[in-house]
Design a binder for this molecule. Sequence first.
Ligand SMILES: [Zn+2]
Length: 473
Amino acid sequence: MNAWQASVIFCALLSGAAVKAQSPKAEDALARDIFKELIQINTTDSVGNVTAAAQAMAARLRQAGFTDADMQLLGPNDNKLNLVVRLRGTGKHKPVLLMGHLDVVEARREDWSMDPFKFVEKDGYFYGRGTQDMKNGDAIMVTSLIRLKQEKFKPSRDIILILTADEEGGKSNGVDWLLKNHRELIDAEFALNHDDFSVVSTGGTPQFYKLQASEKVYADFQLSAENHGGHSSEPEPDNAIYALVNALARLQKHVFAPELNAVTRGYYEKMSRIETGQRAADMRAILNDPPGPAAVARLSEDITDNAILHTTCVPTRLQGGHANNALPQQAVANVNCRILPGHPPESIRQEIIGALADPRITVRFVADNFEVSDTAPERRAYPPPPLNPVMMKPLEKLVSQFWPGMLVVPAQSLGATDGVYLNAVGMPVFVLTGIEIDRDDVRMHGQDERLGVASFYKGNEFFYQYIKAMTAR
Ligand SMILES: [Zn+2]
């Protein structure tokens, strides 16, 4: 098929108004049109509607030839329907799952210099809530599926795409809900999540390709001290606030054991080639078994390396007392932990109790819905398996074509994505995109969120080619 024929087919899929003369390629125009449509559907938890976005994407896919047998709109309520769509393959291999969330973080008009729910192209950027997180990826994944369908491409495995609700908050997380209610629809060998950028650049120059292949696990603990209280004119040695604050000071000194897994080991192997001097030497030293303690200590002075190498726990809220002239009857702190995969939250609770070294302090687990319980879950995230060559080989090949000379660096997320639900049932999740963002221009959840126009189009082409190459055999 020549470019002109392709243009005719793709332009037929577009609503007339969006066909822009300056978009040279039909697949760019299609992706841009879908992107625009998504940005302009408000999908915040407060006043937005995820279902409207899911339905709009279903309509696009239906127009491209997907039948109702290949698509489902499912969810716990009318506002939070998730879209599940399947491009059928030969069945030679287990499916691959592509995942993206449709919801966006709240954005107030007065905080922005423009309407956050209006799609604007200006000075080489697309502006709007969700341009980085992550309606860019939703549009790119939908475009890729449409292109593959139009070409009658037969992948060696089913390609399943889910576009879901409530990743950013809300009570109806789509991935969690689909796993619990329709596991059979989303079962796959591994998942590709588009919920981040992959090409990290500085001052407009790409530095490395970040392949997120593991996540830390989020857990909150409530620390509390109780006392009978009394008149503040006669202080007693046993004081709830002192007890808690002193215990927190001991927690601050506590260091969880450093640990590497398949992904962070790969990360330091690659980064030691990018870094120089002492840092590079330290990165090589921690790869020894056992890791060099001096190198671990030096690296851990960097807050990011510290968080990569250790489980971390930090107090994030503090409250206590009930009157200015009374001894406190209670003092309470929230301690937020980011746990290395492989450790259940209960073992971390036990370690915190040991570090506090004060039986007056009670340590309870706080669930996502803020329910407090005496013990924490035993359920743990699986430590990441070695990187799957089925995913890795075509990735390294394509990255070297799109960004010659650039290294693919496996990475462990310090935060959490929807991948956490899939990791918990043993499905590896990779955050894999062709999106490039400058370190200084990360605007997810922030004001005047934007994405470079060139980055979007390059990412669009990259993802399509990657999916095609990865599922070709
Ligand atoms: Zn996101």
